[in-house]
Design a protein around this ligand. Structure first.
Ligand code: SF4
Ligand SMILES: [Zn+2]
Length: 255
């Protein structure tokens, strides 16, 4: 039995079977090329992901869960808590038992938001004595953790998008070193200039959708792009839309 291959097949199958909900521009993907974002909005089928990459993502999710667990235990984690016994969702801050069946077995679920053409799930909404913050959790290898900071800019825009959607104007990045669990906490203030640039990007994307055209190719990490095959093909916006039967009703709401 080749257990490694079986695990890889299982991971890929899980991704292929995942049902994607209507979504806007992902807050974490705002810096991607416009063409790639439009493929995502059209729900074009991306190439099969590399199982190794999926394992890296799963590892990141496990870090999120652990840190969310600390915040929940401290009584400051706001959001949806799903009952493992009856499935009911109880909203609130560090909820301890289900509002329906009183079970103590609750799982925290990141709040999924779609607004202003954007969609995303902040890793944590922290509510300390009524003061609310966006908490974004990232983990990285030792050599990046101590190097000069490209991360500050990269993750800064994502957090600004969460601020735009939630109206919460304070945030911080919890940045963890994967090798030794050291932390850096980076406070992030609301930045009207960055917000404006996000809104402009959304307007540009709306325009492509209205005109039913794909943005021109601006090669940017194309080698690793999961839409490279479709991007290299001759498929037009309308060809893809016919295949996926996607409408942009959700995206165009709440401008
Ligand atoms: S292959 Fe390159 S140009 Fe095409 S969508 Fe991907 S990143 Fe953009
Ligand atoms: Zn319950």
């Amino acid at each position: 039995m080749d257990i490694a291959k079986l695990v890889d097949d299982y991971l890929v199958k899980n991704v292929e079977n995942r049902v994607t909900e209507p979504h806007g521009v992902s807050c974490s993907g705002l810096d991607k090329c416009n063409r790639k974002i439009i493929y995502g909005l059209l729900r074009a089928i991306p190439s099969v992901p590399d199982p190794k990459f999926l394992k890296v993502l799963e590892n990141g999710n496990a870090v999120h869960k652990r840190i969310q667990g600390y915040l929940r235990g401290m009584g400051i984690l706001e959001g949806n808590f799903i009952c493992q016994d009856c499935g009911a969702i109880t909203k609130g801050i560090s909820i301890t038992h289900c509002s329906e069946c009183k079970s103590f077995y609750l799982n925290y679920e990141e709040t999924s938001i779609m607004k202003n053409g954007l969609s995303g799930r902040p890793d944590a909404i922290i509510n300390k004595d009524g003061e609310r913050y966006i908490g974004e959790i990232k983990s990285t290898k030792d050599r990046y953790f101590y190097s000069s900071p490209p991360w500050h800019y990269l993750y800064g825009r994502q957090i600004q998008a969460y601020m735009l959607m939630t109206g919460i104007k304070k945030a911080f990045l919890i940045y963890e070193n994967k090798d030794n669990q050291a932390w850096k906490i980076i406070p992030i203030e609301y930045n009207p200039k960055e917000i404006k640039s996000i809104q402009l990007k959304i307007d540009t994307l709306r325009d492509y959708i209205k005109r039913k055209i794909l943005p021109i190719r601006i090669p940017q990490n194309c080698k690793y792009c999961n839409y490279k095959t479709i991007c290299d093909s001759n498929k037009t916006f309308e060809d893809i839309q016919k295949e996926t039967k996607i409408t942009f009703e959700e995206f165009n709401k709440n401008i």
